[in-house]
Write a protein that binds this ligand. Sequence first.
Ligand SMILES: [Zn+2]
Ligand SMILES: [Zn+2]
Length: 147
Amino acid sequence: MIEAIGFIALGFALMEVFGWAIHKYIMHGPLWSIHKTHHQPSKYFFELNDLFSLLFGSIAVILIIKGVAELDYRFWMGIGISLYGMLYFFLHDVLIHRRMKWFQKPKNGFLKGIFRAHQAHHRTNEKDDAVSFGLFVVPKEYFKEKD
Ligand SMILES: [Zn+2]
Ligand SMILES: [Zn+2]
């Protein structure tokens, strides 16, 4: 059981670490042409950038399928990645970008910090001068109340 929780946490943590690196060095790098659809206003509901979510989702599904018979580390890491994906969807797509208008602007301190940090990321529509590439792990300054 403790092992399962460990691998779930590992899958979750790896997503934030790899997500940060992929966002900073690949999405704002060679694959900017795909990711820029998330930095520019669009009249369509889906963005080409959603392909990245599909890719991470597929990795989770493959791990879960490969590990389900023995309930080994692959299964639990797949669960951790899925959990990250769901939280990412609620925070990033629903709460911050309001692709679905389910919630109002967050009032809770932690959510406000994440919100501000991601808004800072979107302050530019350019490839090169963006800041704040993670979602959950962001600089402390964003959690300070300034408004
Ligand atoms: Zn970006
Ligand atoms: Zn965004």
